[in-house]
Design a protein around this ligand. Sequence first.
Ligand SMILES: Nc1ncnc2c1ncn2[C@@H]1O[C@H](COP(=O)(O)OP(=O)(O)OP(=O)(O)O)[C@@H](O)[C@H]1O
Ligand SMILES: [Mg+2]
Length: 208
Amino acid sequence: MAQGYFITGTDTEIGKTHSAVALTRHWQAQGRRVLAMKPVASGCEIRDDGSWWNDDVARLSAATGQQDLALMNPYRFLPPVSPHIAAREAGQLISLEVIAAHYQRLAEEADVVLVEAAGGWLAPLTDELCMEDMARRLALPVILVVGMRLGCINHALLTARAIRGAGLTLAGWVANRVVPDQLAYEDNLATLKAAIPAPMLLEIPYQG
Ligand SMILES: Nc1ncnc2c1ncn2[C@@H]1O[C@H](COP(=O)(O)OP(=O)(O)OP(=O)(O)O)[C@@H](O)[C@H]1O
Ligand SMILES: [Mg+2]
């Protein structure tokens, strides 16, 4: 059975997918078979040939080589809004059991499975559930992607506290440089290393 990780972040658009791709390459280089999952994706497009397209699913599948995009991504929505709103508008019910079943199938075929959440830790999934509930249902250790920019220390520490408060393991964190010239970057990094109660797994430079 695979080792799974739930990838969360300090916010939306701070490099969860970017980091998941980097982690995939890192583990592939060690000879491990990595598969990825984006259980819920909003902001999808329908292409001229009628196929669905989502940027995260495309980037993750390009890195892992997965062909079965429906297995990777059971829930997909057109509007680029929070999943609970997109699902309500589409009249669809997001089920943690469906997501867990898809995860199990991937876990049977891989050494590592990365599950990329949508948004941040408490981002709503349905009117009742949030991303934390998904991580808890899958019972996965969590990797926190910190988008390195002003304000990230507060977001990172709040998220780390919430993860541990949920009874889950914070397996590690990624320092992802989302802006080219964060002031006092090294000081910020040192503060995060001292304050986050888990190891930094990867430091990703700005790649603009
Ligand atoms: N290290 C980096 N250097 C340069 N650009 C980056 C870096 N990390 C992320 N980006 C860019 O920032 C944007 C957001 O990154 P990404 O899509 O990985 O975020 P995300 O947290 O997965 O977003 P979402 O919440 O939509 O899933 C992308 O355009 C990506 O190319
Ligand atoms: Mg993403």
